[in-house]
Each structure stands twice: as C-alpha cells, then as structure tokens.
Design a protein around this ligand. Structure first.
Ligand code: NAD
Ligand code: MG
Length: 386
C-alpha cells in the first residue's frame, strides 16, 4: 500500500480550506492532515484539529493563542501563533504537500518557505503569483517542486496540458462567469452595495474573491497567474465571458485545436485533482447533465465598464512591480468596500491611483516586492482615511 500523502492546509478555515478538508475526509486512506492554519476563526480551527489530529496548528491572531492551546491541551496537537510561526511551520518536515489557501499577499511568505523546503504546492492563493510570480516560479524550478493549480481555470488548463509534452500553446482562453453584474453599466455599478456584490451567480467563495469576481479584478489576477504558471506572453492569454461556468478554461495549440475542461462549478474537483495528481479519484460529486444546461454562451468582456480588468491587463503587459502594486491597492480597496467605506467604482479609482503613484521597478528583488506592497497599501489607505 502506498503511504498516505501528508497535507498541510494553510487557510484551513476558509472556503477552499474547508472544501480541501472535505476531500481529505472522504479519502482518509490516501491523505492525512498534518498542519492546519487560520487567522481568526479559532473555534473552527479547534474543531478541525480535534477531528483530524494534525501534527500542529497555527492561529495567526496571537491574542487567540491561549484559547486554542487550552482547547487542544488534551490532544497531541502542537499549537503556534503569529505570522512568523506560519512561515516556520511551512518549513517543517512533517508534511509533503501544502494547500496554499490563505487569501491575499499574506500567502506569499509561507508558500515561498514551503517551496524552499521542497514541498509540493497545491496553489489556490493566486495573489502569490500575481505579486512575485517570477521569483516563486524560479524557486520552484530550482527546487524541482511541482506547483499544481487549484484555481478552477488554471486547473482546467493544467488538465488540458496533460499528455501534451512539449507541444506549443498558441493561446489559452480563460473563461469568466462575468459575475453578478454582467451586462451592467457604470450608472448601475456606482450604486452597488456590499451585499449585492457578495452574491455570486455560480460559485460560493470567500468575501475577497467574491468581490474580485464582481469587479472582474479576479479575472485580471488570473491572467497574471496564468502567465507565470504556464510561461506565457501576455498576448497569449484571452478572456471570454461564459456565464454558465461549465467550461472552466481552454488551451488552443499550434494546430488550432482547442481542448476544454468541463464540469459543474464545484471547487472540490480542482482541489481533489491537485491532491491526487497525476491520478484521478472516483467521487460522487454532481455531474454536468447536457439535458439540463443545453446552451453555453460566450461573450467579450466589457473592459470599459469593468476597468479593473483593463488595469490588470496593463499590469500584465508592463510587468515589474506593477502587478504587486495593483494587488496591494486592490486588497485595501476591497476590504474598504466590504466595510461599506467606499463605493463599488471607487475600488477601481484607488487601484488606478496607486498604480500611477508607487514608483515602477522593472526587475524587483523580493525585498522590493515587499516594499512596493507596503507602499501601495499605505498610499491607498491614506486616500480613504483608513
Ligand atoms: P477565505 O477568506 O474563505 O479564507 C481565507 C483563509 O485564509 C482563512 O482560513 C483565513 O483564516 C486565512 N487568512 C486570512 N487572512 C490571513 C492572514 N493575514 N494570514 C494568514 N491567514 C489568513 O478565502 P477563500 O475564498 O478560501 O480563498 C483563498 C484563496 O484561494 C484566495 O487567494 C482566493 O483567490 C483563492 N481561490 C478561492 C476560490 C474559492 O472558490 N473560494 C477559487 C479559486 C481561488
Ligand atoms: Mg478562478
């Protein structure tokens, strides 16, 4: 019998983290959970630790350390707290594969540490590649660690590339649902409130990515993610609106042939595929039925209305630290919108301002990425008086 793959879930209390644990619980003969981490949700982290008995857990918010420690006192689970612990645990030998499911820039350092210590990565945290994709991919190649995408579009492309060896990609086609405001114009968007923007038509996800999907920033971040994952030029990445979210993305090869990966929108499938790659595991997730969804539609993205996507394409084209600046400003803007501090269209205005304010660097070092991130955050926050 093959030994169980030992999994570390960074961000285990989130949308991806909890679904990854569901997949693992259903395949307990194949996987064990060795690390769980959460930022604030101590109660769920404790419950998860009691069920899976990992080697250790990390609670990001240090004020909750004693609470978690006491709750797990009767178990062998080690408890750590704080940002540095997150990185240290990422470097431990007790696991084989990290599911990188922290949201935002905070995922970068632990993921880099995991790569440095030779762990395979199942990557949900797209911001890691948006911010420092060149450094992350270089390190992964140097350490010969696989980075297997969990983001559904990138998992689709990854699956389309299996068996293609060195066959050249002409382009990839990233599908986008269009979000809840597909077809709307700025005069509508200006009045959009948090609760409406949080209602995604096809996917149930964490708050930040749900807002990014409503503004189409998510698709822009995914274009940048794809560039690094699949070693593409900006003009090889096309976005197509596909409201049913059945085709998760496509690859067009040199001979014009297009391969697509399809299925119902359910993140458990790409999560499971990343965990079990190169194998597939039987499951009873609901299947796509051609008799039920008979029409698949395709449309152009409206870059004039959803200007976040245009800004992300600018960052993709220019490269350097511009995607890092875009990402940092966007994180601040999205959290301000979620707190009802700014309007829907203000998010775009803030990102645009940060992109023109923070100095451009063509080939940043890792430290320069951190500095650009901090500068863009501080500048954006100063504009909204946070
Ligand atoms: P979420 O908000 O539901 O969960 C985030 C997790 O990260 C939680 O466990 C939280 O405790 C932890 N976390 C938050 N801030 C942290 C910090 N500063 N330091 C350490 N940990 C922190 O988010 P999600 O929807 O699960 O998304 C996670 C990542 O996966 C994001 O990068 C997102 O873009 C990507 N992703 C998500 C989906 C989805 O369906 N949810 C799909 C594709 C990609
Ligand atoms: Mg996606």
């Amino acid at each position: 019998m093959t030994p169980k793959k030992r999994i570390a879930i960074f961000g285990s209390t989130g949308s991806i983290g909890t679904q990854a644990l569901e997949v693992i619980a259903a395949n307990a003969d194949k996987f064990s959970v060795e690390v769980l981490t959460a930022q604030n949700n101590a109660d769920l982290l404790i419950k998860q630790a009691q069920y899976f008995t990992p080697n250790c857990v990390v609670i990001g918010n240090e004020s909750k350390y004693q609470y978690v420690k006491d709750a797990l006192a009767a178990t062998p689970v080690k408890v750590f707290a704080g940002e540095d612990a997150l990185e240290e645990v990422a470097g431990m030998d007790c696991y084989d594969m990290m599911v990188a499911a922290v949201v935002g820039f905070a995922g970068l350092k632990p993921t880099l540490r995991a790569i440095e210590s030779g762990k395979a990565i199942g990557l949900a945290n797209k911001e890691t590649l948006v911010v420092a994709g060149d450094i992350v991919m270089r390190k992964a190649i140097e350490k010969r660690v696989p980075i297997i995408p969990i983001d559904s579009e990138h998992s689709a492309i990854f699956q389309c590339l299996v068996g293609e060896g060195r066959n050249k990609i002409e382009k990839i086609i990233l599908t986008a649902s269009g979000g809840p405001f597909f077809g709307k114009k700025p005069n509508f968007l200006v009045n959009v409130k948090r609760d409406h923007a949080l209602q995604h038509p096809n996917w149930s996800m964490g708050a930040k990515i749900t807002i990014d999907s409503a503004t189409l920033m998510n698709k822009g971040l995914e274009m940048i993610e794809a560039k690094w994952l699949f070693n593409l030029q900006a003009d090889q990445i096309q976005v197509v609106i596909h409201p049913q979210s059945i085709i998760h993305s496509m690859v067009q090869f040199e001979d014009g042939s297009i391969k697509a990966q399809m299925g119902l929108p359910d993140m458990k499938l790409p999560i499971q595929y990343a965990l079990s790659f190169p194998n597939r595991i039987a499951n009873n997730f609901p299947r796509y039925d051609f008799k039920k969804v008979q029409t698949l539609n395709f449309d152009e993205p409206d870059l004039r209305t959803f200007r976040n996507l245009a800004l992300a394409i600018e960052a993709l084209n220019k490269g350097g630290n511009l995607p890092c600046i875009l990402n940092a400003a966007n994180e601040i803007a999205v959290y301000a919108f979620l707190k009802n501090r700014i309007g829907f269209l203000d998010m775009t205005a803030l990102v645009e301002k940060a992109m023109s304010k923070v100095p451009f660097i063509q080939n940043p070092t890792l430290e320069e990425y951190f500095d650009s991130d901090a500068e863009a955050r501080n500048y954006t926050a100063s504009l909204i008086d946070l």
